[in-house]
Design a protein around this ligand. Structure first.
Ligand SMILES: [Zn+2]
Length: 125
């Protein structure tokens, strides 16, 4: 009988550990997806936006002034501007913007998925 009780206690401990681990993972997923959503932080560089920037309608995320200028330079390049506006506006720079924008879109898509909503409902208070 004592062995049965001990086994039940061990199984309970294991279930509690698994629930705690699932909860920590859900919180990590939620935190990762929250990055870039705060309107007072630049979605691109993460710095606090001290001076409010009037964002043009094509800006998909809150940007600080310098990141907005970089984003707009990237967009002009995408639209065919061939002359770089700064020496660092090389192919790698353009790829980093393009990849970052795709990353942000994929986070939005995941955030709106049924699986994400279920994860939040089941593991976040
Ligand atoms: Zn910024």
């Amino acid at each position: 009988m004592a062995k049965v009780i001990e086994l039940n206690q061990r199984q309970d401990q294991q279930r509690r550990r698994q629930r705690a681990q699932a909860r920590r993972r859900a919180q990590a997923v939620a935190s990762a997806l929250a990055c870039g959503l705060c309107p007072r932080r630049c979605a691109h560089c993460g710095l606090a936006i001290e001076e409010p920037v009037t964002l043009p309608s094509e800006a998909p995320y809150p940007f600080c002034g310098p990141c907005l200028e970089e984003y707009q330079a990237f967009r002009r390049r995408q639209q065919g501007q061939e002359q770089p506006e700064a020496f660092w506006h090389n192919d790698a720079w353009a790829r980093s913007w393009s990849t970052w924008l795709e990353f942000m879109r994929s986070k939005e898509e995941f955030r709106q998925s049924a699986a994400f909503l279920r994860l939040m409902q089941e593991h976040i208070d």
